[in-house]
Design a protein. Structure first.
Length: 290
């Protein structure tokens, strides 16, 4: 018999992860939310409508308790569970933060519990998208050495690809994830603003850029960053970069700042690729100075 799962915090990630565990044969004992309607809706989503509740003490029904909560409230929620003896002996408390170590769950004056951290390198627009995106995604697994095999088993049950991470590595790891996901969205939005400055409506401007974004993503996946890099900096077109900057002269300074910062990083990548000469690189970097 597989261990029973309790979910606390049925947001997008929590619902997707719990649904996949249920499909893998893990019984869902309780789905706990402060909002009763949300608890029932989430319980139905994970396949056990009767599991929905607002009663936090029902965490004691689980052998594995998933804390799918915002980073800032994880320690407080775990402390409350520990202080009130709402975790059964031997239960494992799991959080999904990419930033915080598993040890966060044992902060504060209360008996310690078994703690584990699992973090999917994936984005969650909604719970349904999470169901499609989680399988095949890498998951960091961090915590006490004795719990790592359990974490890997849970990740594999969700269709994920586990890899081990040390607690001191998590802030840098999380920064990398934010750049890859969040900043990519911001970069696309910035490109949309530049395109809109040509006279297009913002929605139309971004729509025009979507095929380019898709093609670039495919090249990145297939070829890797160096070989996928194209464009004026990769070719050493100094005059083109100068024309870009001139065209942005009357646009908000933050747009020019983003162009300059990304341009400098692109120079370094183009040098690694070998398509940009040192003199051209120096000339472009001179143009990109603040």
């Amino acid at each position: 018999m597989k261990p029973k799962i309790v979910l606390i915090g049925p947001g997008r990630l929590g619902q997707a992860a719990t649904n996949l565990l249920a499909e893998a044969g893990y019984p869902i004992a309780a789905v706990i939310s402060r909002d009763p309607n949300r608890a029932v809706t989430a319980a139905r989503f994970v396949g056990n409508r009767e599991a929905g509740t607002t009663d936090l003490s029902r965490a004691r029904e689980g052998n594995i308790v998933l804390l799918a909560l915002p980073d800032d409230v994880l320690a407080e929620a775990a402390l409350r569970l520990r202080q009130n003896d709402w975790l059964q002996p031997g239960a494992v408390l799991v959080h999904f933060s990419g930033l915080h170590p598993a040890a966060l769950l044992n902060r504060g004056a209360a008996p310690p519990v078994l703690a584990l951290s699992l973090h999917p390198l994936q984005t969650f627009a909604d719970a349904v998208a999470g169901l499609h995106n989680l399988p095949g995604s890498p998951f960091s697994v961090e915590g006490e050495d004795a719990l790592i095999p359990l974490g890997e088993t849970l990740v594999e049950a969700m269709g994920g690809l586990p890899f081990r991470l040390r607690s001191e590595q998590k802030p840098l790891y999380h920064a990398a994830a934010c750049v890859a996901s969040n900043y990519l969205i911001t970069l696309a939005a910035t490109a949309g603003q530049l395109m809109a400055a040509c006279g297009f409506a913002e929605e139309e401007a971004l729509h025009l850029l979507i095929p380019l974004l898709k093609g670039t993503g495919r090249n990145l996946i297939t070829l890797g960053p160096k070989e996928a890099l194209t464009g004026p900096i990769a070719r050493g077109d100094v005059k083109t970069v100068a024309s870009h900057l001139d065209a942005m002269a009357n646009l908000p300074e933050e747009l020019r700042d983003i162009y300059r910062v990304m341009g400098k990083a692109t120079v370094r990548l183009a040098l690694k690729k070998g398509t940009l000469g040192e003199q051209q690189a120096e000339a472009i970097l001179d143009l990109l100075k603040d």
